[in-house]
Design a protein around this ligand. Sequence first.
Ligand code: NAG
Ligand code: NAG
Ligand code: NAG
Ligand code: NAG
Ligand code: NAG
Ligand code: NAG
Ligand code: NAG
Ligand code: NAG
Ligand code: NAG
Length: 584
Amino acid sequence: MDNRSVSHINIASLLFHFLISIYLTNALRCYQTGNFTTNSTYAKNRGLLLSSLASNVTANGGFYTATVGQGADEVYGLALCRADSSSEACSNCVNTTMIDLIEKCPNQKEAISWWAAGDNCIIRYANRSIFGRVEIDPPEIFYNTGDIKFNMEEFDQIWSNLMARLSTKASMGSSKVKFATREADLTPFQKIYALMQCTPDISQSNCNYCLGQAVVQYNNCCHGKQGGGVYTPSCIFRWDLYPFYNNSIADAPTPTPPVSISPHSTNNTISKDLDENSSTECPKFNFETIRLATNDFSYHNKLGQGGFGTVYKGVLSNGRVVAVKRLTRNSKQGRVDFKNEVMLVARLQHRNLVRLLGFCSERNERLLIYEYVPNSSLDRFIYDRDKRLLMDWNMRYKIIVGIARGILYLHEDSQLRIIHRDLKVSNILLDEKMNPKISDFGTARLFPIDQSEDATSKIVGTFGYMAPEYVFNGIVSVKSDVFSFGVLILEIITGQKSNKFRIGEEGEGDLITFAWDNWIGGTASNIIDPILIGAASTHDIVRCIQIGLLCLQDDAAKRPTMASVVLMLGSAVLCPCIVKTCIS
Ligand SMILES: *[C@@H]1O[C@H](CO)[C@@H](O)[C@H](O)[C@H]1NC(C)=O
Ligand SMILES: *[C@@H]1O[C@H](CO)[C@@H](O)[C@H](O)[C@H]1NC(C)=O
Ligand SMILES: *[C@@H]1O[C@H](CO)[C@@H](O)[C@H](O)[C@H]1NC(C)=O
Ligand SMILES: *[C@@H]1O[C@H](CO)[C@@H](O)[C@H](O)[C@H]1NC(C)=O
Ligand SMILES: *[C@@H]1O[C@H](CO)[C@@H](O)[C@H](O)[C@H]1NC(C)=O
Ligand SMILES: *[C@@H]1O[C@H](CO)[C@@H](O)[C@H](O)[C@H]1NC(C)=O
Ligand SMILES: *[C@@H]1O[C@H](CO)[C@@H](O)[C@H](O)[C@H]1NC(C)=O
Ligand SMILES: *[C@@H]1O[C@H](CO)[C@@H](O)[C@H](O)[C@H]1NC(C)=O
Ligand SMILES: *[C@@H]1O[C@H](CO)[C@@H](O)[C@H](O)[C@H]1NC(C)=O
């Protein structure tokens, strides 16, 4: 692969191979997902597609997507230029990269090239749709060989801050350009320069996620080096100690892209993140249908007892498996209210929330019909003697991040601003790929707490997860959910219940106190589930403990918002100031 040094290293904590380039000039990957034969229809389509990229990319503002062919011979492709390159440089870069890619990947069905020599562009093609989805594999990581000669603690602080701000800025771009550059002063004479860009077809949160992961991967590989970056299929990140980007273009206001976009690039080729609007309908189910589906709410179909009711497994006549929550009957709420609220909650759609499919309100019965999530709940894994062995750090980390994104959506990204109030491991369900899905959200909204009753006697929630201001004063806010999330993090990392915590052979104690004591005493590794030790990056786990403790501060105002939590989880940024104050 050209005249640059490459070496394969295996970062155990991430479980796949990276190519690490000492200094990136250009890099490409011919995927091993299948080959096509010379002279096949796919070969012709690929040729047509790739040759259309260079001629169309500049007219489309530096990002162009196209598809050629049909069915099994359909080729999907895209070209992206670094937003600080001129039109001419952009089109030359795509042209050169295209010729190189055809030469190096003569018969692969899928390939990507990042061309970083001089001008910068990415081109990519595949026999599957690659538009509108975030992909961080394969990453191409590169770094300068020199080491930083600076106080690393101070450097990390400045660097991490810069990266966090920059990824936020870049992801806030438009659906045409998601790009930003930024500088930070290391000393009065030395700046850090950084650049980030996503393919603009992905959503703001996916862009932020991609960049956060790129920063984490860079740090895992190359912390302490004097510059470098990570390129992935969906985003690029680079930093250095000299201005390597074209400031005069980068700082100019984002140009309005031309309106004349080819039909290819707008029709069907870009599929947007349809979290919220894909379906706003909430079908009403007939009580009889659900009674049959659940075998008359039989004991054998019972999945569990959640807040506000019992959950049953059901199979609809069309074969679809669902989870039915039968709400306890004593609610005073009227039918119309119930329906309106269900319609609102049904609009909440996020990959980390259990999807509400419909409802039924007949004969004093109120039923909520949810998608069925096959791998039951998180408590059945992390507290199970055998199953917890399956829960390696990668999986636990993925679950922590997914829960955080789900809560963030409830708090800020959905228009309803839902406070969950009862976040706990048994409310985290796991799908077939062990992705977490929060359940029982919105039920608190469906059943508002009766204000006339004494706050303390009406506390909903679960002991061990509740924030002090909630327990003592009945104050509910997004920050009380943040507290519960902090408990969740500690439980996932320790593999133990917060309210039945075993300390070695010494008997039971309180998980939160134990965690604080060890954090303050500098023995954070005592908090980690022994099965995780050695198998993963302890550094990453300790970082997560720190985020957990930030969420567990007694002063609600000091706890981070879920937006900061998501950012901290995705990057190396941390607030150094955690304060534990005792309530007397
Ligand atoms: C892409 O090609 C590979 C190899 O021929 C095939 O297994 C895969 O199903 C194809 N993908 C799509 C979406 O057609
Ligand atoms: C595809 O072709 C490459 C050579 O171009 C070869 O190394 C590889 O084994 C082939 N892969 C498959 C799945 O046939
Ligand atoms: C592809 O087509 C060219 C021109 O028609 C022909 O010369 C060549 O033999 C063909 N190659 C294969 C592998 O069929
Ligand atoms: C895109 O490229 C193709 C092939 O070069 C060309 O025929 C077509 O006119 C281009 N479309 C636009 C909108 O420029
Ligand atoms: C691409 O480069 C070739 C020569 O390498 C040139 O003939 C062709 O015109 C270029 N195409 C575009 C669109 O710049
Ligand atoms: C930066 O962009 C400006 C405006 O297009 C251009 O005139 C200048 O030559 C570029 N500078 C570099 C170093 O590429
Ligand atoms: C393009 O979009 C229009 C309007 O959304 C739609 O009617 C048409 O069928 C689409 N064309 C193709 C080729 O999908
Ligand atoms: C969702 O639908 C509403 C109303 O139809 C619309 O105003 C809003 O722009 C849509 N949001 C997205 C992300 O498409
Ligand atoms: C999760 O569920 C899927 C499908 O039911 C199953 O194949 C998989 O083994 C389960 N995973 C674990 C870790 O139990």
